[in-house]
Design a protein around this ligand. Structure first.
Ligand code: 5GP
Length: 189
């Protein structure tokens, strides 16, 4: 998606270890106009899919997911990163975060993810695919079906996308980064 690629080249910043900071328009300050355009693009790309629910993980996935849910007029569920003490009936899984170098619990209440649901997962970044694998596990545990996975930015050099596509999952990424070597952002055409 051209507008996102241009924004990444203009405002994205590279950090050690293959991290791209997009705090100026996605991860801290948010640009709602771009966010809406990205959601419109997801709706176009998943137009042929059967979806009744949008799923994401807190916190950075919530903004794009709610925009997609708004356009599709579907509920949006965000998986929580900490098990709330008051929530019963939880499904949970563990996810390794390479940006934070730790493992965290991701959980969702069975009331909001269950058999019969056809789920579109939306998140900000796809890197190694660990968060996505956690979501696949939660969807499987719940008996729901995964209709597709949409990411604002995919870092192709970390190969999570290869894994997901290899599983036959419909994956759409709005901007694909080939490399961040030497702190140069190289985007796929
Ligand atoms: P994965 O689980 O695919 O390895 O990483 C995806 C998650 O890690 C995303 O939800 C995102 O929050 C975070 N992440 C991975 N790479 C980056 C990055 O380069 N920049 C930022 N801001 N977050 C990232």
């Amino acid at each position: 998606m051209q507008a996102l690629k241009e924004r990444i080249l203009r405002d994205g910043k590279c950090f050690e270890g293959g991290i791209l900071k997009v705090d100026n328009f996605i991860n801290h300050q948010m640009d709602p106009i771009l966010m809406k355009s990205m959601a419109v693009e997801f709706v176009r790309r998943f137009a042929g899919s059967d979806i009744n629910k949008v799923l994401t993980i807190e916190a950075s996935g919530i903004a794009p997911a709610i925009m997609v849910g708004y356009l599709l007029e579907l509920p949006v569920v965000f998986a929580k990163k900490k098990k709330p003490s008051t929530m019963e009936n939880m499904l949970s899984t563990k996810v390794f975060s390479f940006t934070k170098n730790n493992t965290y619990d991701v959980c969702v209440c069975r009331d909001y993810l269950h058999r019969g649901d056809k789920v579109l997962f939306i998140d900000d970044f796809l890197a190694n695919g660990n968060a996505a694998k956690g979501i696949i596990d939660l969807v499987e545990q719940s008996g729901a079906e995964l209709s597709g996975m949409g990411f604002l930015i995919e870092k192709a050099f970390q190969h999570g996308g290869d894994y997901l596509r290899g599983q036959g999952i419909h994956v759409e990424s709005l901007a694909i980064i080939e490399s961040l070597d030497d702190c140069q952002i190289r985007l796929r055409e």
